[in-house]
Design a protein around this ligand. Structure first.
Ligand code: ADP
Ligand code: MG
Length: 238
């Protein structure tokens, strides 16, 4: 066996044994891959915020999550770390693995911010191919890039355009879906696009849904997209 396989096996065991009832304070307390640990360290992330402390251990274990916490509480890392880790342990990397994770954001600006965080934390040795699908390039250019991506950060309208128009786009291997700022996605009128995207995706996947507010529309979306979710709501300042 290769050294990498042994490392992945050890990590899988550590995550299986992870006790989610104990509060985690620092990122070094979590069973994370060496590349993620190095990325967090290089980015000077040391202590978990409240939403991160509650969401990350459960998300590492593969649970679906509905997380609500106000703007600025650190929701991005609460899903970026589980995406990197769960794909790493699932060895969902390289051109043969295909598209394994989709992160949907309401706006291009927010998608770019998420991509920057993904890059920052993932830059120290992770081998994933990640990209943006937010328009602004030709559909053709995006299609070619998408065919090589393991992780896509996208806006709903543009992603749906690819799913409905790109015959070659295979999403059968998708393991994780993240809906970030779900309240804003819905406020901006993307409900139907989201429903249509969900129809294309494998049902056997992990879904993480994050929102700044808990609204009726968000809970309706949660019912549609999540399976037996853990509800995490953080009200106090993080
Ligand atoms: P939200 O999506 O909840 O609005 P963000 O993920 O955008 O919040 O994070 C808000 C700010 O907090 C960012 O500048 C981010 O770099 C910082 N941040 C997030 N998590 C941590 C952490 N664990 N330690 C220090 N700073 C953090
Ligand atoms: Mg955010």
């Amino acid at each position: 066996r290769k050294r990498d396989d042994v490392d992945v096996e050890k990590l899988q065991q550590a995550v299986a044994e992870l006790d989610t009832s104990t509060p985690f304070k620092d990122f070094t307390d979590l069973p994370l891959s060496d590349p993620t640990k190095a990325g967090l360290k290089a980015s000077h992330f040391v202590t978990l915020t409240d939403i991160q402390a509650r969401a990350i251990p459960l998300a590492l274990k593969g649970m679906d999550i509905l997380g609500a916490a106000k703007t600025g509480s650190g929701k991005t890392l609460a899903f970026v770390i589980p995406v990197l880790e769960n794909l790493y342990r699932g060895q969902c990397v390289g051109p043969d693995a295909g598209l394994c994770a989709m992160i949907i954001s309401p706006t291009r600006e927010l998608a770019i911010q998420i991509f920057d965080v993904l890059y920052k934390v993932g830059r120290k040795g992770h081998l994933f191919a990640a990209g943006l699908v937010i328009g602004g390039k030709s559909l053709r250019e995006e299609q070619d890039a998408l065919a090589r991506m393991n992780i896509v950060v996208c806006t709903p309208g543009r992603m749906l355009q690819h799913l409905s128009q790109t015959a070659m786009l295979n999403v059968d291997n998708l393991k994780m879906l993240v809906l970030d700022e779900a309240d804003r996605i819905l406020d901006m009128g993307f409900q139907r696009d989201l429903d249509a995207i969900l129809d294309y995706l494998p049902k056997d996947r992990q879904t993480l849904l994050f929102s700044a507010t808990q609204t009726r529309k968000v809970s309706d979306l949660a019912r549609l997209s999540l399976r037996d979710p853990e509800y995490i709501s953080v009200h106090e300042s993080a």
